[in-house]
Design a protein around this ligand. Structure first.
Ligand code: GLA
Length: 581
């Protein structure tokens, strides 16, 4: 029976010292038809394992409605890793951070009255145990002792940066072991003494997360764990981007040097990310350490395999480093090729936001939150009667509101800019179209509710009598396809729903250029590509090959501000924005 254990100085595979050379691929950020391709390219770089988180909110967006099929088919993902002859490391969280919506926690959970996140609180633990039971039904039969690929399972995620509830960690371990997980259990923390102390238990194997100063970090890790293999479970070889910021890159040479240092020290590694992928749809997270910064749609991460699955300079550099320590297959993946470039006109449709309202409510004293409306993300249109003109003040706007009076736009309130007040003219109805731009995935604001928080006043007097209309974006995009469309000329004022049809000779990846558009969402053949925003840094949206086909394809654009030219251009490659240098 194959075995994987922790020895005095090494991981032991069937009793022999073994180095894990792993790369992170989040199955939930890659189209399932591309999983096999990305995994294979991990092997061709010289890796012997693939690591993934499990995104709870992708599997169970509605409580009790568990899905592990299609894009959520974790079993198939792990089987593909096995088919490539590689090992797998699974990190089920339940909190995963990962720049993912709500750090992976479902909104129905974080919105529960009195729930205690990431600690031993009964409501939270009850939900977590249900989740872990489901995940381990998939993982347990795929462990190495049963002939499967899984060699490691991680408990929580950088817990030492958040809490110090050892009972909570113990309970996660108990649930994991009881479900039949027999492989070694790890924790990951940034190598700082308090984090390493609080983030783990004596029964768990500590690993580190870092992207530089590898020698020092390993030394700190060693101080807190005198024996056992050294492992960097998140070797940060790039970084994520947020709307309004610069595009982050790290030099391939510097990253390769750090990797070399790690491997020379005998450490095992999980490269975070090997292939970053995409925050399709409404799945991106956000950070808020005083300023709210929503993560971009692209999660390219400047990783060795780019968002479209093409090898980069970093891929080559890492392959060379790995080859110094372990055999690397002679075969190399095909080099990047330009994708088709063409422009098609966009037509205007009469579809309006209110054509796809899901479950409207009326007569509320305060605007109900997204959470109270059962919406995890997207748009909610709030309206109230306006007694007079004046200054409208919102407790907190989460996250962006387009304000209109009697259908005429008067301005925007942006959480990122800390906007809370706006002068409105007299009129009958004030409308705030609120976008949830991504739930915070790190630190204390994890799980916070969205919408117009803390009520709204007009000249200091509470404004009451709110109606709320959640907008179903998928339905909106679908209605645009069946509506009559008129060709548009010149700029188009938002909110507007535009559409076009484009023909392809064959299925191929595409890069949709959003330059000249304001802010909104794009859909190809009904697949939600994600958000775009003129603020950048990201300018192109990646369209994965499996969502297009030879022949006719549709594109729908939901624009919330204004489109300068009613046209859609596809360009040969990704434009992810300017870097700071
Ligand atoms: C930490 C987390 C990851 C991710 C990275 C940054 O290490 O564990 O989930 O958020 O930071 O990309």
């Amino acid at each position: 029976m194959p075995s994987f254990t922790i020895g005095d100085a090494d991981f032991l595979l069937d009793g022999e010292p073994h180095r894990i050379l792993s790369g992170a691929i989040h199955y939930f950020r890659v189209h399932p038809d591309d999983w096999a391709d990305r995994i294979r390219k991990a092997r061709l770089m010289g890796l012997n394992a693939v690591e993934t988180y499990v995104a709870w909110n992708a599997h169970e967006p509605v409580r009790g409605e568990w899905d592990a099929t299609g894009a959520n088919d974790l079993a198939r993902f792990l089987d593909l890793v096995a088919a490539e002859g590689m090992h797998a490391m699974v990190r089920p969280g339940p909190y995963i951070c990962a720049e993912w919506h709500n750090g992976g926690l479902p909104v129905w959970l974080t919105g529960m009255d009195g729930v205690g996140l990431r600690r031993s609180e009964p409501q939270y633990l009850e939900a977590v145990s249900g989740f872990l039971r489901r995940v381990y039904e998939i993982v347990v039969p795929r462990q190495i002792d049963r002939g499967g690929p899984v060699i490691l399972v991680q408990i929580e995620n950088e817990y030492g940066a958040y809490g110090d509830d050892a009972d909570y960690l113990e309970e996660l371990v108990r649930l994991t072991r009881e479900a039949g997980v027999v492989v070694p259990l790890t924790t990951v923390d940034q190598p700082q003494p308090d984090m390493l102390r609080n983030g783990s238990l004596p029964t768990l194997h500590r690993t580190g997360s870092f992207g530089s100063q590898a020698a020092e970090r390993l030394a700190t890790l060693r101080e807190h764990q005198p024996t056992g293999p050294l492992m960097c479970s998140e070797f940060w070889d790039g970084w994520f981007d947020w709307w309004g910021g610069a595009h982050h890159t790290t030099s391939a040479a510097d990253s390769a040097r750090e990797l070399d240092t790690l491997l020379a020290a005998g450490a095992s590694v999980n490269i975070y990310m090997f292939h970053g992928g995409t925050n399709s749809g409404l799945t991106n997270g956000a950070n808020d350490k005083g300023r709210y910064l929503p993560i971009t749609t692209s999660y390219d991460y400047d990783s060795p395999l780019d968002e479209a699955g093409d090898p980069t300079e970093k891929y080559e550099a890492f392959r060379e480093v790995i080859a110094r320590y372990s055999p690397v297959p002679a075969e190399a993946p095909a080099a990047r090729a330009d994708r088709p470039a063409f422009t098609v006109p966009l037509a205007s449709t009469p579809v309006s936001m209110t054509d796809a309202v899901a479950l409207a409510v009326e007569g509320c004293d305060e605007p109900p939150t997204f959470d109270q409306l059962g919406r995890s993300s997207g748009l909610v249109r709030y309206t109230a009667s306006l007694p007079a003109g004046g200054v409208l003040v919102v407790g907190e706007v989460r996250d962006r509101a387009w304000v209109a009076v009697d259908g005429v736009r008067v301005g925007i309130l942006s959480r990122t800019r800390h906007d809370r007040a706006i002068a409105v003219p007299a009129g009958d109805t004030v409308e705030l179209l609120v976008e949830e731009q991504g739930r915070v995935n790190y630190a204390d604001r994890l799980g916070e509710p969205k919408g117009l928080i803390g009520g709204v006043t007009l000249d200091g007097v509470p404004l009451r009598g709110w109606a709320a209309q959640p907008i179903d974006l998928d339905r909106l995009a679908a209605s645009a396809l069946s509506a009559d469309a008129e060709s548009a000329h010149g700029p188009v004022a938002g909110p507007a729903v535009l559409r076009t049809v484009f023909a392809l000779a064959e299925a191929t990846d595409l890069f949709l250029d959003t330059a000249g558009w304001g802010t909104g969402f794009a859909f190809v053949n009904g697949f939600a590509l994600g958000r775009y925003a003129a603020t950048g840094p990201q300018r192109t949206l990646y369209v994965p090959r499996p969502v297009v086909r030879a022949g006719e394809n549709t594109l729908v654009v939901v624009e919330l501000e204004a489109v300068i030219e009613p046209a859609a251009s596809f360009v040969p490659g990704a434009l992810l924005g300017d870097t700071e240098e």
